[in-house]
Design a protein around this ligand. Sequence first.
Ligand code: LRH
Ligand code: MN
Ligand code: MN
Length: 388
Amino acid sequence: MTDLSTVKAALKAQSIETPSWAYGNSGTRFKVFAQAGVPRTPQEKIDDAARVHEFTAAAPSVALHIPWDRTDDYPALAAHAAGQGVRLGVINSNVFQDDDYKLGSVTHPDPKIRRKATDHLLECVDIMDATGSRDLKLWFSDGTNYPGQDDIADRQGRLGDALAEVYERLGDDQRMLLEYKLFEPAFYATDVPDWGTAYAHCLKLGPKAQVVVDTGHHAPGTNIEFIVATLLREGKLGGFDFNSRFYADDDLMAGAADPFQLFRIMYEVVRGGGLAAETGVAFMLDQCHNIEAKIPAIIRSVMNVQEATAKALLVDPVALRAAQQAGEVLEANAVLMDAYNTDVRPLLREVREEQGIDPDPIAAYKRSGWADHIVAERVGGTQAGWGA
Ligand code: LRH
Ligand code: MN
Ligand code: MN
């Protein structure tokens, strides 16, 4: 039997980082539906992130995206976050929204464009120094749309050169997290399309380079938990961008589309020891809330990750191992399913009560009046980011 106090301790120790851009407006290529009260500044995004932490006690950091969250005083932004009871987390680079990057950023055939892109990545490390952030997250939209458009292998070489330069710039306690994505915006050959490519680059770079798994970045039917188990075994799982998808990179709330998949992923994390802080596995959300209210959707996502984690922690490892060793296929599967089918909501309510917060974070947020407050206060201005 699993010891409930150990499960509770692990749940209390888990931190889920929320993304600054999830608080702002977002949409599809067809329409961005603006919502009243969305943040106009990085400070206001942090204020909203602080509410998520206030009501969940599980989201103590907020990821920034540069240039969406650019400011002329990062230490002041970090101090603002601290004043709100949160801290600045991963710095996400952005080399995908500039006309110069039409044919690529760090893999562009023109060395001048590659220089510009690499300089942005280096600037992001400067920002990490100023914010005290540990991780730089790199996602490249680079790729080609047509066979023959550029030399696939040469582009890998250019990518490797840029990554090596940024790697050299990292401090002793800093890391780079390389994110892969199957397709979009490139439709023929993406330069970092899969975990194998990301892993190969990270292996060559060294221990400070790790792979990040965005759950929306795979072909349908991909066994993501296998990737997680493998990367964790190899010491190369840097973290997650959690979100849900029905079709492609839908960026819906984590755990909304396929809670069973999220459980299977979290089981491999638990099984591989990835909940321990020393492993450095970062649990992040990367989602957009195009039609639903943003803050409660983010709270819901945090709760969904916690529920998947709780279920994963409830898997009885002794019974599972015994069934596996005995070749008892059905029993082994039943051990996993028993944990998945457990209603962990009462357990999480207890955990929250022990943490001194309301057992129902969404109800507590609704009662807080924050939603009305931001609608009244945040009038005018424009926000940077997807919705800009
Ligand atoms: C790319 C991605 C990446 C970006 C974010 C906004 O699809 O997942 O992490 O930084 O979306
Ligand atoms: Mn992502
Ligand atoms: Mn994505």
